[in-house]
Design a protein around this ligand. Structure first.
Ligand SMILES: Cc1cc2nc3c(=O)[nH]c(=O)nc-3n(C[C@H](O)[C@H](O)[C@H](O)COP(=O)(O)O)c2cc1C
Length: 330
């Protein structure tokens, strides 16, 4: 199937002409965090990756991963797997849960996933990857997007050909992380290689990799000619990155850095949401890593981190952080 689109599709899929998207991060981008990023100006969010096989077997761990709320819309749901029919069936099963699009993960580098021929392993099998896209496309009425890397390793950098296969199979937009699977997260993302993908296809291309500031957002837009950008690690403990990026893209002055008090307040709101959605036991434990990110740079942050790791209730966390907010920056 040949699928030729023009640029207006960016808005049709993501709801904005040049979307700034929160990249999916397993263990990080849950509903609580996504809501805070949306509040800070992020245009579009995506769930953590969800296994099609786990969905098929009714694994109860997939339920919290699909949790959504109309306040975070538009939100895409990301699925992964290697069996075209199963992927189509599962995409169909979850498509009416309030998601704006179905995103297929073809970039995950983790051995457990790759050894199952899933995630970035699909970059070694473009034909199979294309069949997955066609099946999912056939099974759902939502837009279907794909997230992938530059290739499997340095010797197999096939992002351009891969992108064409996905486009011809019906993908509505593509997000490209400018690294190979072999690189994991090391080295610098190759934005020039993202430009080559952008020039090779007509569907919208979202550029991803190493955006940590408003200036980076302007630079990647300029360098790649992309139709939108995706920010992942730069948002950890820092949902304010989205207000900075939106200001930069609009040509407005860079907003002030959050103060120590604002960081503590955000962390506590994050914790309250996490507890609301996951219960106090799980919510507080999951907050520990976020707390470490939010408090980087605060006075005595390493001692504070140790103390946060002992806390088991929201009340204790609030009491602990009150004094940290008084302490201010280092
Ligand atoms: C902890 C962590 C978890 C991730 N989980 C996913 C995931 O579930 N699905 C996915 O497509 N990418 C995942 N990624 C990759 C990011 O979405 C993104 O492509 C990558 O981090 C590069 O963007 P960045 O430089 O803005 O972080 C993950 C990255 C990290 C650091």
């Amino acid at each position: 199937m040949i699928n030729r689109k023009d640029k207006t599709d960016t808005a049709a899929i993501y709801g904005s002409a040049f979307p700034v998207i929160l990249g999916p991060m397993a263990g990080v981008t849950d509903l609580a965090f996504r809501l805070l990023c949306r509040e800070q100006g992020c245009d579009v969010v995506v769930t953590e990756m969800i296994s099609a096989k786990a969905l098929y077997y009714g694994n109860k761990n997939t339920i919290p991963l699909m949790q959504t709320d109309e306040r975070e819309a538009p939100v895409g749901v990301q699925i992964f797997g290697s069996e075209p029919e199963l992927m189509g069936q599962m995409a169909h099963k979850i498509e009416d849960r309030g998601f704006a699009f179905i995103d297929i993960n073809m970039g995950c580098p983790v051995p457990k996933i790759v050894n199952n021929h899933e995630g970035s392993a699909l970059m070694k099998q473009p034909e199979l990857a294309g069949r997955i896209v066609s099946e999912v496309k056939r099974a759902v009425s939502l837009p279907v997007t794909v997230k992938f890397r530059l290739g499997f390793d340095e010797e197999h950098k096939n992002a351009v050909e891969f992108a064409k296969v996905l486009e011809d199979s019906g993908a509505d937009a593509l997000a490209v992380h400018g690294r190979t699977r072999e690189q994991y997260y090391s080295g610098r993302a190759d934005w020039e290689a993202i430009r080559q993908v952008k020039e090779a296809v007509r569907v919208p291309v979202i550029a991803n990799g190493d955006i940590y500031s408003g200036a980076d957002a302007l630079a990647i837009r300029e360098k790649t000619g992309c139709d939108g950008i995706m920010v992942a690690r730069g948002s950890k403990g820092n949902p304010w990155i989205f207000r900075e990026i939106k200001a930069a893209l609009a040509g407005e002055p860079v907003p002030a850095e959050p103060t120590a008090r604002e960081r503590v307040e955000m962390l506590l709101r994050h914790a309250a949401l996490c507890v609301e959605y996951k219960g106090e036991y799980t919510g507080i434990r999951e907050m520990r890593k976020h707390a470490a990110w939010y408090t980087t740079g605060l006075r005595d942050s390493s001692r504070l981190r140790q103390e946060v790791n002992q806390v088991t209730t929201l009340r204790e966390l609030e009491q602990l952080l009150e004094s940290a907010a008084e302490g201010g920056e280092r």
